[in-house]
Structures are given as C-alpha cells and as structure tokens.
Design a protein around this ligand. Sequence first.
Ligand code: ADP
Length: 550
Amino acid sequence: MPRPVYILSYILLSMTVTFAAYVVSLQAGFDRLAQTGRVRIDQTSDRLLGQLSSFKQLPNILARHPTVMRAFDPKTDLDGLNGFLSNTALLSGARTIFVVNANGEIVSSSNTQATLGANISDQPYMRAALNGRLGFFTALNPDDDARTIFISRAITPHPTRGVVVVAVDVAALEFEWHVDEEALAFFDDTQTAFISNRSSLAMRNISTLEANQTHLFGHPLWTLGDIGELPDEAMIQSKYLPRLEMTARVFLPTQTARSAARLQAALVLAILFGLGVVLWALWLRRKNLSEQLAIEEAANFTLEARVEKRTVQLKLAQYQLVQAGKLTALGEMSAGISHELNQPLAAMQNYAENGAKMLDRDRVQDAKENFGLIKEQIHRATRIISSLRAFARKEKETIEPVNLTEIIDDSLRLAETRIVDAGVKVQRFVDTKSVMVMGGHVRLQQVVINLLTNALDALDQSDEKDILISLSQATQTVTLIIRDTGEGLENPERVFEPFYSTKDIGSSKGMGLGLSISYGIIGSFGGEMSCRNHPMGGAEFSVILQKAAS
Ligand code: ADP
C-alpha cells in the first residue's frame, strides 16, 4: 500500500479516537456535575429546612402561651401583648408576629407600625390555621413587597377564636447562607424563584429563564444568555420538595466540564501525534536500513561475481603455469633425451649390420640373436619416447591410483643422461615392487623431475655428488624423500614462493616456478610437501601422498 493511504488512515483514526475521548470525558464530566447538583440541592434544602424548623415551632408554642391565649379577653392589656410579641420576634429573628381574631382582623402585632384592625381573612394561611392545620405559605408582604413566609396556628384551646401568625423574612434567611458556588433557587407553584442564593434570580419566573433547552447525555441543558450571576450554559438539576411545596433547581455551569473534556481530547491528540511521529521515524529508519541492506547486498553480489571471475582466471593461470613449467622441464630434458635415443639407435645400427653379416655367413642363429638385441633396443627407445609423450600430454585433472615406483623410474630414465654426464651417483632406497598412491601420473612425474633437476643443479659445483631417493609407507600415507649433497637451501621458508629463484636469470633455469607449481600439484592430490636443510648437509625435500586403497 502506498504511504499517503497509511497517513490518511492514521489521521482519520486519530480524529475518531480524539472525538471519542472528548465524548467519553464530557459524559463523565456531566455525570459528575449532575451528582454535584443533587448533593447541592440536598445540602441547601436541608439548610433551609433547618432554618425554618425553629420558626415552625414558634406559632405552636405561642398558640399555647397564656399571654396569647388571653388575647381575646375583654380585659386584656393589648399593649402588653404587643410588647410580648415584639420581644419574641426580636429573640426568634422573625420579621413580625401577629395575632388575628376569627374574623381575620389583626388584634395585636410585634410591629408597632402595623395597621391594627386590618382584615386578612382571605389569606390562605388564615384558612389553613382555622381549619386546624399549621399554615405555611409564601407571599410578598403587602406593605413592602418583601418575600415572606407566613406560618400560622390556631390559638388553643378554642381554635375558632383566633390565629397567631409568624412572618419570616426570606432575604434574612438567605443572608445567613454562605456564598454557594452554584446558583440555586426554590420555585413555588407559580414557578417563581421565591428563595435563591442569587439575588438576581429572586422573584424571577421560570418562563424568563428557559431560553433554550436541550438535553445532552440525558441531562437538561439551558442556554441562558446574558442573565447576571448565571452561567451562559447551565445543566439543570431539579427536585420537588414536598415539605416546602417548592421545586429546587440548581444551575450548574458546564464550562469546566467542557474545558476538561477539551483538554483531555487535546492530550489524546498530542499523544497520538507523538505516536505518529515515532511510527514515522521508525518507518523511515526501517526504510533506510532496508535500502542500506539492498545496497550492501548488491555490493556483495558484485564482489562475489568478481571473486568468482578472478578464481576462474587464477585457475587458468595456474594451469598455464603448470604447462609452462612442463615445457621448461621438457626443454631441459630434450638434449639429454636425444642423446638417450642416439644410443639405442647406434646400437641398433650395429646389431643390424652384424645381423646382415651373420646371414651372409649363414650363421642364422647368431643373426637371430642380433635381431633379438635390436628388439630390446627398440623396446628401450619406445619406453623413452612413451615417457616423454606422457609427460608432454595435457592430462585431465583426475586423481586416481598411480604407481609411484614407476613414476620414479620414468623420471630417472628421463634424467639419466644428465645424471651420468654430471657424474652424480643416485642411491635408491626404494622397493622395486609397485607403491600405489593417489595422484595423476604426469603431474606427479613433473614434480619428481623438478626435484631431481633442482638436486642436479645444486650438485653442479659440489665435490660430493649424491642424490638419495627413499620411499617409506605408513598406514594411510607414502612419503618420498629426495635429498642431495649440495650446498643446501639458502632460504628454506621461501622456496615454495612463486618466482623465488637463486639461479641466474636469463639461463634456461631460474624461473622460480618449479617448486611453487609442484607444491600446488601435491596439494591438489591431498598431499603435503616440505623441505629442510639436512643436518649432514644438502637439501631434503619430502612429498607425502595419500596411499591408494589396494
Ligand atoms: P628454479 O629452479 O627455477 O629456481 P624452483 O622453484 O624450482 O625454481 O626453486 C626455487 C629455489 O629453491 C631455487 O632457485 C633454489 O634457490 C632453491 N632450491 C630448490 N631446490 C634446491 C636444492 N636441492 N638445493 C638448494 N637449493 C634449492
């Protein structure tokens, strides 16, 4: 797949995950907010009920109080009652306490400015009290429009005679509250916020608030617009309170939950972005690595190809060197060989002439003997020629069992003239019976001839001219040792190096290749070649070969 598709998918995935994170976080935030709202409503209504409970007790106590009970006696001192009510109001924190007769006329009041005799029989709290219940009603105070809670109770023991009413100022109750974080209001049955911890909410009808209502995650949300002290957008939690006969509503600002969700989403996005960058970097690294690997592989491939080509060239060069070495040896031998062939030829000529003479004289038996001698010479010549032919021939590079004694014999025969001419004595410590080793006839002969030629070269200037050839056998190997009595090796460590030669350059000798080629040949047979200066003087070369299974 091409790269842009990956990137696009990753971006899409990141956006989806970010959005999901936002939604999940917002929902959790809203749920927490709703929970807070419920707690706030409980706390606030408990607080309000706590404040009101003492006021609720007050009419009960006053309804049984002797001073109040005597209010309707004709002899009653109303001023005294007014004073008592006024004291009680001061002590309890009530706004006003007043006593009303059965007709609904105010007979006595804690408020000295109150219009005594005013008729309030139509007030709902009056009807409730006269019916024997505790009257509990909210209303605006007729004098000053102050929000007031009226609590009423019929005066005992004659309920129909009159009612005592305690008026509580709502603003005074609210004043005692701490500053709450969230705006909260208690709505009456006309849906007007009668009690609230925000003054701007007081006496506000709900219809002026419900600007735009939506729901999110099952929570009602109101977009309130510009209403002082209220958040622009609020989650509404509400609860009907039967004891107050009011509905409490708390206005929870959603802004914090929204910003928290946005922050969380931003965090997730940042993490995803970071992860994306890391993935990108890793991808780049991997790409670089694989490119580098490909380059290295290509380089290796070229190198290997080059090595292979060089190996082939080297093999060819080595093969050519072997041939060159052979030709050198052949050149050295050719003079001796022609001499070698001359001998049997001269002998044959002699025998033939003699044979002819014998026949002339009818000495058939003698002539026959001469023919036999000729045959022997022919045999000798044939063997010399065949050794030479075999040597010059290009041999296949196979390894097979060959007869080492035969190879030594052939080599000595080829070098015989030079040996005899130089006055060298060859001592063979070799059994005449065949010793089979693994190798190639011609190549092995080339090695032996090379060793013999080097020995003859070394003996050129020597007084004692001996070449010792020995053959010993172990279970797996056969060792051929050729030793001479010459000056010995100048530098035994270097003799197998190609082109190392101490012989005069320019002569037919002195290529410095003979021993290095021989070393390679023996190695190719799985054998070993080494040399040393013999303690008694002269050089000694050892050739170890694998024995052929017989
Ligand atoms: P070349 O005979 O052409 O010099 P070789 O590889 O056959 O090359 O021999 C390398 C060198 O090893 C010779 O030049 C000579 O110094 C030394 N060497 C080899 N055989 C003998 C020996 N039998 N006695 C002394 N030195 C020898």
